[in-house]
Design a protein around this ligand. Structure first.
Ligand SMILES: [Zn+2]
Length: 318
């Protein structure tokens, strides 16, 4: 079974314009004569998938059986502006998507802990709409360990649902070059939560890619409630000599039974179909035993089965 534990699914109005504007400015800066206002509508157009058709076709093409959709709250606390479709409506419709593609799509809920009624909304998403966990926990300026986040995390512990946390230098902080614990994507913040909630399962998304991977793996090795999501590491597929030893180290330190396949794949025509990294990443992981052998490492077929889906299957009782 192939399970992609980390994807994103967007419809029109899910992300605020102010959030997209950051990307638009970046793109506009790449070529003279472009302005962000020209680019803004194109960004959303490439991301949206109204009925999920492209998304499912993309899974089929790659042979992926199941995808977990991570919610995002890029509204008022991130971008200073709410999205056209309120977060509550987004979470409710993820529940509907789960029902429509029963057994193929599952979704997580995420609400910025500073939102009024955050815990109540999150609880509704889990109990009423059937969402499966908390994630992607990513905020612009608070971490999973901050006091303000604790009511939400305690609720996850109470409901027994896992929390997927973004652990890599977030766009914006990367450029500033702050790779210390002052960076909100630093693994150290997750360690505090792992320590505080030993019975709550945390999924460490991106395993500190690309700079904190040693720290990330080391701390994950100390906590049996910590699982790895290897999304974003696909960005190093072109460099198997560099990537394979790191994957082998993750397996040695944390165990294949704590590693989950993930892509961070977004919906929409810009990311699905020919442009999708899902198929390539699946092929890469499937080919690991052979590629690793050529480089002096060993991956067994059993380990690959666990990474591609077995671990997640057990984690979510599928
Ligand atoms: Zn992330």
């Amino acid at each position: 079974m192939i399970i992609d534990i980390h994807t994103h699914f967007w419809r029109k109005g899910y992300i605020s314009n102010a959030f997209h504007m950051v990307t638009a400015k970046e793109w506009a800066g790449k070529e003279p004569g472009r302005n962000p206002e020209m680019i803004l509508p194109k960004i959303e157009e490439g991301l949206v998938d109204p009925d999920g058709k492209l998304f499912i076709e993309n899974m089929d093409r790659a042979g992926a059986d199941v995808s977990f959709i991570m919610a995002g709250d890029f509204g008022i606390h991130w971008s200073g502006e709410e999205p056209a479709i309120p977060l509550e409506e987004q979470l409710r419709s993820y529940g509907e998507l789960q029902k429509r593609f029963s057994g193929r799509i599952y979704a997580f809920a995420f609400v910025d802990p500073r939102r009024k009624g955050a815990v109540e909304l999150f609880e509704r998403a889990i109990k009423e709409w059937g969402l499966k966990g908390c994630g992607e926990f990513t905020c612009k300026d608070i971490t999973v360990a901050d006091d303000v986040s604790q009511p939400l995390i305690r609720k996850c512990a109470e409901l027994g649902v896992p929390v997927l946390v973004h652990i890599r230098a977030t766009a914006g902080t990367e450029e500033k070059g702050d790779f210390s614990a002052g960076n909100i994507g630093h693994p150290q913040h997750l360690e505090k939560a792992l320590h505080k909630y030993p019975d709550l399962r945390f999924i460490m998304a991106h395993v500190g890619y690309p700079i904190w991977w040693e720290r990330a793996i080391y701390l994950a090795s100390k906590y049996s409630n910590c699982y790895l999501d290897i999304s974003n590491w696909n960005q190093d597929m072109e460099d198997p000599d560099g990537l394979i030893p790191k994957l082998a180290c993750m397996r040695d330190m944390v165990g294949a039974d704590h590693i989950c396949f993930g892509t961070d794949q977004s919906s929409g025509k810009r990311f699905c179909g020919e442009n999708s990294i899902l198929s390539q990443w699946v092929r890469f992981i499937k080919g690991l035993p052979e590629m690793a052998k050529e480089r002096g490492y060993v991956f067994t077929k059993e380990e690959i089965d666990l990474i591609l889906g077995g671990t997640a299957q057990k984690l979510f009782n599928l």
